[in-house]
Design a protein around this ligand. Sequence first.
Ligand code: ASP
Length: 308
Amino acid sequence: MTRFSLAVHGGAGTILKSSMTPELEVAYHAGLRRALDAGHAVLAKNGSALDAVTEAVCALEDEPLFNAGRGAVFTSDGKQEMDAAIMEGLGRQAGAVGSIFGPRNPIRAARAVMEQTDHVFLIGPNALKLAQDAGLPFEDTAYFFTQSRWDALQSTLKMRADGTVDDDPARRHGTVGAVACDAQGTLAAATSTGGMTAKAPGRVGDTPVIGAGTYADNATCAVSGTGHGEVFIRYTAAAEIAARMRHAGQSLEDAAAHVVNVDLGQNDGSGGIIAVDARGNITMPFNCDGMYRGSVTQDGAFETLIYR
Ligand code: ASP
């Protein structure tokens, strides 16, 4: 039997110890740990990787510190538009939603697309209708609002108005995700985001694009990405990791390191990924200052990390 494992992330970017308070650092670790606990509880009861990543991502969406669900960033016109995707690696089923606002847990809306429609990707009013029909809880603007994300929008808009180039996309992103390998060796990935601060209304990033920010295939790996979404899409980041394993026989670690450090890292694609293979190996490379991340394996070894 395969040994199960789970990894989570809460976004990568300009995360410097110098700009962190001890209290905030504790809160980030606690948020990651809650997500690991939620996913681990599923896997420890012989549950599926799909359920484990769903529960882990819901816990991260509920935590306002992370840019997904409650605490999502704002578009340039002060709205919140959320993207999410989920995929399982046995039958390569997938579901995604783009640019939605309302469901408390966008990842559950993505899962509803996967399980309740013949489609992979829904946007617009019909994505919300599906979530409503599926009985998912909805929340209002007050629930999703956080002052810190609002302040980040104001400072980004001011920089734009002043003509100060925001040359560091790492300042503006963040996302949450989970990957898991269950005891049967089935893989799953789930990713959810508010996108990038001050993004154009209607902009959709890599998160819900299968093969870019989210991917799962039992023969290779499950991947969840976080970073400058446009570059992840153009380099099909997650699918490229799987392709290197499939066609070039690379290990999970080597394939992921190449994509993150070379394909993304040398092309303005700041960010990172978490990935797992069907043996339960985990890798979590990133090419910027830090990435909120954590993992747990069958032996109950929990770890949460922020910096390099
Ligand atoms: N990749 C996300 C996006 O571009 C943002 C992030 O992960 O930080 O929407």
